[in-house]
Ligand binder design. Structure first.
Ligand SMILES: Cc1cc2nc3c(=O)[nH]c(=O)nc-3n(C[C@H](O)[C@H](O)[C@H](O)COP(=O)(O)O)c2cc1C
Length: 193
């Protein structure tokens, strides 16, 4: 299965979470490619707010996503920071660029899953995940839901994986997220076979 993971990240949390999922897919022998979503302001924000420049530099090495990169993928992962209870404008711009495929339903039948990181548990991460699935539905893309027992003992939303980073964004994805991404990769591969 060809998997494309499309991530927007500035302070690195969403990138780290998505990188974990990519590694989990690759550990299963899947063909997984990570793309970064265009953000003309990203480097300036990293500099201005003294964010993790080394991590951002690694992130910038990823190929920049275009709408055309969606076409060859069987499974699409969209990973966005939660911005004001929604996906970021940059992720939305990628979605809107896919309008060229809408009239012919060229993305229909692909599957997708969603990731988001957010500052707090009250910050609307579920809404960001659901915004991804709303886009998917408009495109005829089939959302893979997350079952409540994906990782026994961990409560997960049906909409995808989310990680809370704290008000200052300093709580990085860790062991719990490694367990969740590993389980999610296995689940997605099983559902899409
Ligand atoms: C413009 C902006 C809007 C944000 N809006 C929210 C929000 O609505 N809810 C929330 O919990 N966190 C919000 N945050 C915090 C980010 O979601 C959080 O820091 C996230 O981990 C950033 O992702 P990144 O590290 O991949 O860049 C916002 C951050 C920014 C910069």
């Amino acid at each position: 299965m060809k998997i494309g993971l499309f991530v927007h990240s500035v302070s690195g949390n969403t990138y780290l979470l998505t990188r974990m999922l990519k590694t989990a897919f690759q550990d299963l022998g899947e063909d997984a490619t990570l793309f970064r979503v265009s953000d003309p302001d990203g480097q300036a924000l990293v500099d201005e707010f003294n964010l993790d420049a080394a991590l951002y530099s690694e992130y910038l090495q990823l190929p920049e996503a275009t709408a055309d990169d969606l076409i060859p993928c069987d499974h699409l992962v969209f990973a966005s920071p939660t911005y004001f209870g929604n996906v970021s404008a940059e992720m939305k711009t990628l979605f809107d660029a896919a309008a060229i495929f809408w009239t012919e339903a060229m993305l229909a039948g692909k599957t997708c899953s969603a990731l988001s990181t957010a500052g707090t548990s009250e910050g609307g991460a579920d809404q960001a995940l659901k915004a991804i699935h709303t886009f998917a539905q408009h495109m005829g893309i089939i959302s893979i839901p997350v079952p409540c027992n994906l990782v026994p003992g961990m409560d997960l939303p049906p909409y995808g994986l989310k990680h809370y980073t704290g008000a200052d964004g300093s709580i990085r994805p860790g062991n719990a997220q490694a367990i969740q991404t590993s389980a999610l990769a296995k689940w997605i591969v099983k559902q899409t076979r």
